[in-house]
Design a protein around this ligand. Structure first.
Ligand code: 13P
Length: 342
């Protein structure tokens, strides 16, 4: 491992106001989203959709890195160009999701533990050979009565740290994604407390596992009230709660924080990211950026509907969301931009 290469890649992923596009849905998740829209759930449909995304003209102006899935990193464009080549040609850095999903955790009803450490060293080397330069692993924490438990937080964060150490050994920048889910009726203040405990534990574990903080990216949830909580705070209040929580728990050595969208609408995700960059411009030690899947892809997927004729409209919608988030990083996003696709 060359630590400087890792540091350079991590910096590149958050440079120039760009952010990441997560397109690493597992086949079952991708199929579920296709099924809702009546799109066939076939390997060819998934391939065509991924080709639509990565061939969007101008995407590399706003997107620094794309997170792929095991099936996707092996796929090709219709003309035979490997996806990894097409992505690299678009000035986008290819990355890969390497966990194999969150499973029920023994002895912990209602909680999940992410699997995928067995054989990970070999898989990381294989992905690096295929051209991946960073990786992603997601741990999931649910807020509810008496949860997340300490056992669930410790198990998931230790897995994240062991994964991150293996990534750096293989020359891949780890994106460390501890996601506190939005589902539930918990308050913003409860989400803040849980997120802070999770992040404190993440960084303890990363330290224990000797991970180079300068050569990683944190991918956290924003601090939000639960989806069914009766009190929904303003965009500015969410921005303050989120960045204050991060300031208490994330070392300044980390180059970038790239949020997941977690089920927020594209517009809200952009507005909240924008508010963070406006309100903490001079005080944030890290780049505050995005690594969205649904909040970038959803409008494009709905327009595409699996039909070639809709390809260009879908690509424009995708580019629009990517650009809105790039503008939000600059602190210049305005809701009125939503009416004028550029
Ligand atoms: P969302 O932005 O849709 O939450 O997805 C991000 C991601 O990478 C989930 O692991």
């Amino acid at each position: 491992m060359d630590a400087q290469d890792l540091i350079d890649t991590a910096k590149m992923l958050v440079a120039d106001y760009k952010g990441l596009l997560a397109m690493d849905e597992s086949n079952p998740t991708c199929n579920k989203r296709f099924a809702k829209l009546g799109i066939p759930q076939t390997e060819e449909a998934r391939r065509a959709y991924r080709e639509l995304i990565i061939t969007t003209p101008g995407l590399g102006e706003y997107i620094s890195g794309a997170i792929l899935y095991d099936e996707t990193i092996r796929q090709q464009k219709k003309d035979g160009t490997p996806f990894v080549q097409a992505i690299t040609d678009a000035a986008i850095i290819p990355g890969i999701k390497v966990d194999i999903g969150a499973k029920d955790m023994a002895g912990h009803p209602g909680e999940k533990i992410t699997e995928g450490l067995d054989g990970l060293r070999d898989r990381l080397h294989a992905y690096a050979q295929m051209g991946a330069r960073f990786a992603k692993w997601r741990g999931v924490l649910t807020i509810g009565a008496g949860i997340p438990s300490r056992g669930c937080i410790e198990a998931n964060t230790q897995s994240l740290a062991r994964y991150a150490a293996l990534c750096q050994e293989a020359g891949l920048v780890p994106m460390v994604e501890p996601e506190v889910l939005m589902d539930g009726e918990h308050t913003l203040s409860r989400c803040s407390k849980v997120t802070e405990e999770v992040l404190q534990t993440v960084f303890n574990q990363l330290y224990t596992q000797r991970v180079t903080l300068e050569g990683m990216i944190l991918k956290p949830n924003m601090v939000l009230p639960g989806l069914t909580c009766s009190q929904q705070q303003s965009v500015d209040e969410v921005a303050d709660a989120t960045v204050n929580c991060l300031l208490r728990s994330v070392p300044a050595a980390v180059p970038g924080i790239a949020f997941l969208s977690g089920g927020q609408s594209g517009e809200l995700a952009s507005a909240r990211l924008n508010a963070m960059n406006v309100r903490f411009k001079s005080r944030s030690p890290w780049a505050l950026t995005f690594s969205f899947a649904r909040a970038i892809q959803q409008p494009a997927l709905e327009l595409w509907q699996g039909k070639e004729a809709n390809l260009s409209a879908a690509q424009q919608a995708l580019l629009h969301r990517a650009k809105c988030n790039w503008v939000a990083r600059r602190g210049e996003y305005k809701p009125v931009m939503e009416g004028t696709r550029t």
